[in-house]
Design a protein around this ligand. Structure first.
Ligand code: ADP
Length: 255
């Protein structure tokens, strides 16, 4: 059964405050299965908070979030067992790739990838090891399986982090500036893995300033400003909006 073009993510009226600072003002966003949505916008516009809210690393103050058919009405704090279960299920269906990689420093590359398979999916260790090796191969790092993160380059660490995310067979991957901690020469190796995932039909939300990736791999560009989605367009439209002062000012800054 094909489930393409169903809604993978549906956000309605999402609100988030940090103290008196209202960071998200009623964000609505739909992402279809298999879509790649790049989120751009000036620093402080709420991009990371939106992404982190989608798997409840931040608990929103209002609105609703639906991921892979699991819906949570948010309201500032988690209430009740059912809501906790729904959040846990959403977390299991989403993977997050962070700017700072967030690998376990005391574990080898393969142990990092195996961790969720063993502890969350309860896969037997030998099976998890084989699966983790396949994933490391997919990101071109089978030969680094036994290295600790400290011995890996930033690009390699991020590729291990992506393999670790893929191990959980997520329905959506959330990327939070996955290349911005990397030297320019290491970015391409991460972006090319992301491109392959996009081509394979993975649903992806990507906060990034990588214009080339956005142009080539995104189905849509969501432009945020002041905690609101100001534009939601195709890359062609987005990058040709020279007459839109906010977008051209933003693109001028990141060029
Ligand atoms: P962006 O990703 O677009 O740069 P963020 O979502 O990181 O924006 O931040 C939006 C606003 O929320 C900023 O004003 C930031 O200072 C604030 N903010 C983000 N995270 C926190 C936090 N944990 N505590 C307090 N304020 C935060």
């Amino acid at each position: 059964m094909s489930i393409k073009n169903q809604c993978a993510v549906r956000v309605r009226g999402l609100e988030k405050r940090f103290g008196a600072n209202q960071v998200l003002h009623g964000v609505d966003l739909d992402v279809d299965e298999g879509q790649v949505v790049v989120i751009m916008g000036p620093s402080g516009s709420g991009k990371t908070t939106l992404l982190r809210s989608l798997n409840f690393l931040e608990i929103p103050d209002g609105g609703s979030i639906e991921v892979a058919g699991i819906r949570v009405e948010t309201g500032g704090r988690v209430q009740g067992k059912q809501e906790r279960l729904a959040i846990r299920n959403i977390r299991r269906r989403t993977a997050m790739v962070f700017q700072a990689f967030n690998l376990f420093a005391h574990m080898t590359a393969i142990a990092n990838v195996m961790e969720g398979l063993v502890s969350v999916k309860h896969m037997p260790r030998n099976q998890a090891k084989k699966r983790a090796m396949d994933l490391l191969e997919q990101v071109g790092l089978a030969h680094k399986a036994d290295e600790y993160p400290v011995r890996l380059s930033g690009g390699q660490k991020q590729r291990v982090a992506i393999a670790r995310g893929l191990a959980m067979e997520p329905q959506v991957i959330l990327f939070d500036e996955p290349t911005s901690a990397l030297d320019p020469e290491l970015r391409d190796e991460v972006l090319s893995i992301m491109r392959s995932l996009a081509n394979e039909g993975m649903t992806m939300l990507v906060v990034t300033h990588e214009v080339r990736f956005a142009r080539e791999a995104a189905d849509r560009i969501v432009f945020m400003e002041d905690g609101r989605i100001q534009h939601d367009t195709t890359p062609e439209q987005f990058f040709s909006q020279q007459d839109n002062e906010r977008i051209s000012r933003f693109l001028g800054r990141i060029a």
